[in-house]
Write a protein of this length. Structure first.
Length: 246
């Protein structure tokens, strides 16, 4: 059985609809073992104003929670320059998820993917980042309409970068940005193949829902489906503080 974890979710501290307390209760109801609250920060070199309140709320909620709760952040659309700097985050931030930049104003697919790879390379070289959030979720870009337009060379390059770093790859269920352009089964098979390639290169995986309300907490069915189809076994899923349950 895959571990019941969800390491990526948002609350009212950024653009989520619910409080930290409500997200934790939803996680308990879904029998989750470990969650991370990861509200957005758009500029990692500035300490967010809501952080101290969130630290107090998580510490209070941990007293009664029946599961492990980590306080994290999601670095959203970082600039490459910011990724090269030390983030001024306190030690109580136990989990840092980072999205790769999605280039804007570039229409050429090759140039666009080059920039995406550069972003991933910078994230991989930043030792504060734990997890790369939903890699290659590019359906919203308007440039890549079909995941199959991403060549095997590009997928292998991403896999090698992640395998050579300490950064773990998140598998996230909410891939709906692709579905206006691709049917679900074709996309699912294409992303599964990407995971297979990553596994082959030695990438480590974890699971996050990217929930923005209590409704999405523990929404990991698709993630587990593609991990399982790609041959990633339950003991190959990374858990904070524990690593792999081998
Ligand atoms: Zn997110």
């Amino acid at each position: 059985m895959y571990p019941r974890i969800d390491l990526h979710m948002h609350t009212r501290h950024s653009d989520g609809r619910n409080t930290i307390e409500e997200m934790i209760r939803a996680a308990e109801a879904n029998d989750l073992e470990v969650i991370a609250i990861t509200d957005h920060i758009f500029c990692p070199i500035k300490r967010p104003t809501w952080l101290d309140t969130a630290i107090r709320e998580v510490n209070k909620a941990k007293e009664n929670a029946s599961l492990k709760v980590l306080l994290g952040v999601e670095i959203t659309r970082p600039s490459i320059r910011d990724l090269t700097k030390k983030f001024p985050l306190p030690a109580s931030i136990e989990h840092i998820v980072c999205e790769h930049p999605i280039p804007s104003g570039i229409k050429d697919k090759k140039v666009f993917l080059r920039e995406v790879i550069e972003g991933i390379r910078h994230i991989a070289s930043n030792d504060q980042v734990n997890v790369l959030a939903h890699p290659l979720n590019l359906g919203r870009s308007g440039v890549i309409g079909n995941f199959k337009d991403i060549s095997k060379d590009v997928l292998e390059e991403v896999a090698r970068i992640l395998a050579d770093s300490h950064v773990v790859m998140e598998i996230m269920s909410q891939m709906y940005w692709w579905y206006p352009y691709m049917d679900i089964s074709t996309f699912t098979e294409a992303y599964t193949e990407f995971i297979r390639i990553c596994k082959h290169h030695g990438v480590i995986f974890t699971i996050g829902s990217d929930a923005h309300s209590v409704c999405g907490v523990g929404n990991t069915y698709w993630s587990i489906k593609v991990l399982s189809r790609a041959g990633v076994t339950p003991d190959e899923i990374w858990i904070p503080d524990e690593g792999l349950r081998l």
